[in-house]
Ligand binder design. Structure first.
Ligand code: NAD
Length: 358
């Protein structure tokens, strides 16, 4: 039987992006790179350079709002705006909400009314969606759901390295984790945030990151503290993990587990001379990733040590990009197009790598 063009089209998930900022523009490109998805539109709140970017990439441009005046402002500025959010919701299967944190609840109402599936980002609380997502922790629990939240960049980073360790020892007992998040002060494109000359403890203790991991993997007992430092390029985590006695792991075995984990890079700092987040980001630029992104979590091999039941390690997180491929995998879980999380991750990463040139 041969497929008609119409039935082939049905197999491609129609994806909309609401909020074409730091995360939205990256998710759009990652989706655009996949052969089982297409971008049917992206939104901007008002005319700006972001519109130019969308037009150059060939993404249909919509206004975040429905008001006639707001939509008209785009054509007044010379952009072909296809309509408001309602028009975009009428032509998509799933919308990825990449609006600034905490505006999600207003948007969710609109998505539900239109009967469109939605994905939110880590700036929203778990309570909004009552489901959260990372590929390695709970792809199957997000199978067919109408709404989920890809957890924050820090939580995604914790999930990448902790879930495989949890999986390796879960028959022996529980793991418990203390983590310190050393957070970048702002994204490179932000001009309004700080600190610029201080180390600022997050005085809400414990920080939300540990509990947030438990929204995708409640079996991991984890607590966290956070500190903001004057850098724009990465977060760094210092992690201390207690394993159950009789765990059977060694430092070498832990490194082997992470070596076989998708989206984790393990490198020896002394041998490679990659000893700080600055050099990790230089590596990302060297391998030709768009925007100098690094979707993987970077672990320093020589910073990993398992002493009796305690595992110590450092990891670096590129805050603007580790969540990007997770959004693509979350779409496949919600749309029920790939049941196996590892198969989805492989498909996503292959397409992104080809698209991004490495
Ligand atoms: P951003 O400010 O760079 O982009 C947000 C975009 O949404 C802007 O283009 C803005 O004009 C638009 N917008 C404003 N109001 C809107 C509305 N009501 N509806 C739709 N769009 C609206 O923000 P970002 O950094 O891309 O963050 C987006 C989400 O991703 C947040 O939840 C954030 O917490 C999360 N996140 C950010 C990072 C990061 O490092 N930037 C990492 C992981 C997760």
């Amino acid at each position: 039987m041969s497929f008609s063009e119409g039935s082939l089209k049905q197999m491609v998930t129609r994806v909309a992006i609401n909020g074409f900022g730091t995360i939205g523009k990256r998710v759009a490109d990652a989706v655009d790179a996949q052969d089982d998805m297409e971008i049917v539109g992206v939104t901007k709140t008002r005319p700006s350079f972001g519109c130019e970017l969308a037009v150059r990439k060939g993404y249909p441009l919509f206004c975040t709002f429905d008001g006639e005046e707001k939509i008209a402002a785009f054509s007044d500025a010379g952009y072909d705006c296809k309509g408001g959010l309602s028009d975009l919701l009428a032509i998509c299967d799933v919308i990825v909400d990449c609006s600034p944190g905490k505006v999600g609840s207003e948007n969710l109402e609109k998505y539900r009314n239109a009967g469109v599936k939605s994905i939110f980002q880590g700036g929203e609380k778990h309570a909004l969606t009552e489901k959260s997502y990372t590929s390695s922790a709970n792809h199957s629990e997000n199978w067919g759901v109408d709404c989920t939240r890809v957890v924050s960049c820090n939580t995604t980073g914790l999930s990448r390295t902790l879930v495989p360790i949890y999986d390796a020892v879960k028959e022996t007992g529980k793991i418990s984790v203390n983590s310190v998040m050393i957070r970048r002060a702002a994204d490179p494109g932000d001009s309004s945030k700080g600190p610029i000359n201080a180390i600022k403890p997050v005085l809400k203790v414990p920080s939300h990151h540990g509990p947030d991991l438990m929204t995708v993997k409640p079996e991991i007992d984890i607590t966290s503290l956070a500190v903001a430092v004057p850098t724009t390029i990465m977060h760094l985590h210092a992690i201390t993990l207690t394993l159950p006695s009789g765990h059977g792991l060694s430092t070498e075995k832990v490194l082997e587990i992470w070596g076989n984990t998708p989206r984790v890079i393990v490198m020896n700092g002394s041998k490679t001379r990659i000893t700080s987040t600055a050099e990790v980001m230089e590596l990302a630029r060297d391998i030709g990733r768009k925007w100098g992104d690094l979707h993987e979590i970077f672990v320093w091999e020589d910073g990993v040590s398992l002493q009796e039941d305690t595992l110590y390690y450092f990891q670096a997180i590129h805050q603007e990009s580790d969540v990007i491929p997770e959004n693509v995998d979350a779409i496949r879980a919600m749309m029920q197009t790939e049941e196996n999380w590892k198969a989805s991750v492989e498909k996503t990463d292959k397409a992104i790598s080809t698209y991004y040139g490495i």
